[in-house]
Design a protein around this ligand. Structure first.
Ligand SMILES: *Cc1c(COP(=O)(O)O)cnc(C)c1O
Length: 448
């Protein structure tokens, strides 16, 4: 899609992600040829980070993560709640430690993620919920031994397997059924989960008999109801609709004698990749209002599983322009990041803003050019942006791909035997390498 706007007049907000990523303007008295502003992560120049750590490079702002987490907490205020950050959005230990220090709980979907959480904070188990349609017995046993808060169970067979594992260890598993509320949410089909045609959850109408089954198991403790309708949902109304259906179910279950202490409202709150919201607190408050409203009289503890909304705007992917190329009229910027580093554009046709890290003051009438920003991978799907209007950038220049803090590095692969990028976490002036760049040796290890 071509968006017609003059680059020189683009509102700043399209290119900046405060408080993490803002341009530092050149000094007033800088010489004419130094009138260049540079994109920074907090107090650190991205140009310097690229020089020091190489590209492609994931850079995260701790301030953004703290601020969004705090915004979420404030939005839910006095309503009894625990934010269980969805680890799958970004599972780097450095990020998990930062969130654990904020008092965060965690939502995990695998034994590997559980291991990460316990590595980041060995006291976190009591704040962990375990979701996912295909938990293995091995994973269940590990979670039972760790003593997690809640299993979000998604089928009758899984319930039986969990009962077996819990009995084997003689340890009680807290159980919530993930119910499918049959609520449609406007998002990409791959990340929509709340309809009966999806593989997730159990239909709300049949939940009653499964709860009865769970209640008969000696080592299962019915504790809650959970729901998750999908991801990247920016209209808050469907969340309210789903939760109000859950509230009805809770009343019904209680009348049948079950004690329901927790409602897990899942994650899924989206972000505006194209026109970032200027007031996250207001957005989070609107979300909190629709989610808590149907629960007012129920006296439940609310669990929330945001992933993207906390970390997406906290990350950029830095990439260098390797070559400029023109085929007939079509212009390409070939960069050193590719679909193996960031698959969202190729997988979901996702839009990420791309901005040159150094911005020279341009004449107001100077327009940009329309380019495809593509990686080196041998596949036509390997594009980071298509038909994008960018200011002209030269070979060797640095670009920042915005809002990649969620579902960026975690979805990366080694396709084309490409080592994955390094990751750094910036807080004020401090820079921490939270994952070193992979080497080709790393990739060959394990293959005799
Ligand atoms: C993916 C997922 C989340 C997080 O979704 P976001 O869109 O990142 O907030 C939360 N809960 C469950 C069960 C999930 O599968």
């Amino acid at each position: 899609m071509i968006r017609h706007r003059a680059v020189a007049n683009a509102p700043l907000s399209l290119q900046e992600r405060p408080p993490g990523f803002v341009f530092r303007e050149p000094a007033q008295n800088a010489p004419r040829d130094h009138k260049t502003s540079l994109l920074q992560c907090e107090d650190v120049s991205l140009l310097k980070l690229a020089k020091r750590y190489g590209t492609p490079l994931y850079v995260y702002s701790a301030r953004t993560i703290r601020q969004r987490m705090a915004g979420f907490e404030r939005a839910f205020g006095d309503f009894a709640h625990t934010v269980c950050y969805s680890v799958k959005a970004n599972s780097n230990l450095g990020i998990l430690r930062l969130l654990a220090r904020q008092g965060c709980g965690f939502d995990v979907v695998s034994g590997g993620e559980l291991k990460r959480v316990l590595t980041a904070d060995r006291h976190a188990a009591k704040r962990v919920v375990f979701s996912g349609v295909g938990k293995t017995r091995h994973e269940m046993l590990a979670a039972l031994k760790a003593g997690i808060l809640l299993f979000n169970v998604e089928s009758e067979s899984e319930l039986a397997a969990l009962a077996e594992c819990a009995a084997h260890l003689r340890s009680t598993a807290g159980v919530a059924l993930r119910v499918n509320p049959d609520v449609a949410a406007d998002t990409h089909p791959y990340i929509s989960t709340g309809l009966h045609k999806h593989k997730f959850g159990v239909p709300i109408a049949t939940a009653g008999s499964l709860y009865a089954k769970a209640a008969r198991e000696r080592y299962l403790k019915v504790a809650g109801v959970s729901v998750h309708i999908g991801s990247q949902i920016t209209d808050v109304a469907p969340f309210g609709e789903a939760v109000s259906r859950i509230a009805d179910l809770v009343r019904q279950l209680r009348s049948q004698g079950h004690s329901i202490d927790f409602i897990d409202a899942g994650g899924g709150l989206g972000i505006a990749y194209q026109n970032p919201e200027t007031d996250f607190e207001d957005y989070a408050s609107r979300y909190a209002r629709v989610v808590t409203e149907p629960l007012r009289e129920l006296n439940v503890h609310l669990l929330l599983e945001p992933g993207r909304a906390i970390v997406a705007p906290a990350g950029v992917l830095l990439t260098s322009v390797l070559y400029r190329k023109q085929n007939d009229g079509k212009r390409f910027l070939i960069v050193d990041a590719a679909m193996n580093d960031l698959i969202r554009p190729a997988l979901y046709s996702a839009h990420h803003e791309i901005v040159p890290v150094s911005r020279t003051r341009r004449a107001a009438n100077e327009s940009g050019e329309i380019v495809d920003v593509v990686g080196p991978i041998c596949e036509s799907g390997d594009a980071l942006a298509r038909d994008r209007e960018l200011p002209r950038v030269e070979e060797g220049e640095l670009l920042a791909i915005l809002d990649v803090g969620a579902y960026g590095m975690v979805l990366s692969s080694n396709y084309n035997t490409r080592p994955r990028p390094a990751e750094v976490l910036v807080s004020g002036k401090s820079v921490k390498l939270i994952r070193r760049r992979e080497t080709i040796r790393d990739l060959l290890r394990g293959e005799p």
